[in-house]
Design a protein around this ligand. Structure first.
Ligand code: SF4
Length: 329
């Protein structure tokens, strides 16, 4: 017996990096054991900023392949692309009618995006929390995995549900947060959260050679100028990453790193090479599976079409109820 229905969506950002993998994706995979999961690649959300729309299809494909190879099971979970179920835009319109403007203009991410894209402050940008709420409630999800920082967004969804219920009656469950501790993975620059836009990431689908090369560019302890200088692993992101990979894959090799660094018995070049090897070993099953499913002709298209079919069946039922309540049917 499953605990309930989870919904989570992510913008199509193409190949995923180890920050995405250790944070969201592994969590997605684990949730499948306890919940009925609906995982959506939210391509319509990607249009709010109109960045790189010519790459959208390729980005959807790469991201979906990464999700499947990482263990999202299309038999157990519904995995689909947001725009493949057009009922979402209809529900978005209806929810727009009950959402006060003031709720949207106070959203901090709206203010931030206005600052970042002053030349494209569009209606979609203002309304994106309504679209996000519609994503969740169209599939009657009762649970949404979120990090602490996303709680205000989910609260807005809950407010929209409460408002709908108070005006028209009950259709949607009020979704609750499943607080998820998402580890903060710092990128190769040693300073910022791993992110494609900062070009400080390690893609999970990179080749072993690319991975080793990429890791070799990582910033280390800045106080360690010469090989003979003692290092400070506690301030070195390479050491932190060893904790996520070498510690799991080769604990015997992980254990001596701290001391060896502090006593200058290991150089940063060798230390980073070991990290690259650990990442490669850790991701080997993922990469093998990705190569296998990439080679299966039309497999991905079939998975996404099946996901859209199953999502659409739920969406149609929900919309029917909504239209009845709102006097449209
Ligand atoms: Fe960082 Fe490793 Fe260099 Fe120490 S030896 S500073 S842990 S890269």
């Amino acid at each position: 017996m499953k605990k309930g229905r989870v919904f989570s969506g992510a913008r199509p950002t193409g190949q995923q990096h180890i920050g995405n993998y250790l944070g969201a994706i592994q969590n997605y995979v684990a949730l499948q054991d306890e919940y009925e999961c609906v995982y959506c690649i939210v391509d319509i959300h990607a249009l709010t900023t109109l960045d790189d729309t010519h790459l959208l299809q390729a980005n959807i494909r790469e991201m979906a392949l990464d999700w499947l190879a990482a263990g999202i099971d299309p038999e157990r979970s519904i995995m689909f692309v947001q725009s493949h179920v057009p009922e979402i835009t209809e529900l978005f319109t209806y929810m727009g009618m009950i959402t006060p403007m003031g709720w949207l203009t106070r959203v901090p991410t709206f203010k931030e995006k206005v600052r970042m894209h002053p030349d494209n402050v569009n209606y979609g940008l203002l309304g994106y929390p309504v679209l996000m709420a519609s994503d969740i409630i169209l599939y009657k999800a009762d649970t949404v995995p979120v990090g602490e920082d996303q709680l205000p967004h989910l609260e807005l969804t809950r407010e929209i549900v409460r408002r709908f219920t108070s005006i028209f009656g009950e259709v949607f469950p009020e979704p609750k947060a499943k607080l998820t501790e998402i580890p903060l993975i710092i990128g190769l620059d040693g300073a910022n959260k791993m992110s494609k836009s900062l070009d400080n990431q390690i893609d999970i689908a990179a080749t072993p050679e690319e991975t080793i090369k990429r890791v070799s560019t990582a910033y280390t302890d800045p106080t360690r100028i010469r090989r003979s200088d003692p290092g400070h692993p506690d301030t070195c992101n390479v050491y932190t990453l060893h904790g996520a990979f070498t510690k799991i894959i080769a604990p015997d090799k992980y254990a001596p790193i701290e001391e060896a660094c502090k006593k200058a018995e290991v150089g940063c070049v060798a230390c980073k090479k070991l990290l690259g090897e650990s990442i490669n070993e850790y991701l080997r099953p993922f990469r093998e599976k990705r190569a296998e499913i990439t080679g299966r002709k039309s497999y991905l298209e079939e998975v996404l079409a099946d996901g859209a079919r199953r999502a659409s069946a739920i969406a149609k039922e929900t919309l029917h109820e909504v239209k009845e309540k709102m006097g449209l049917a």
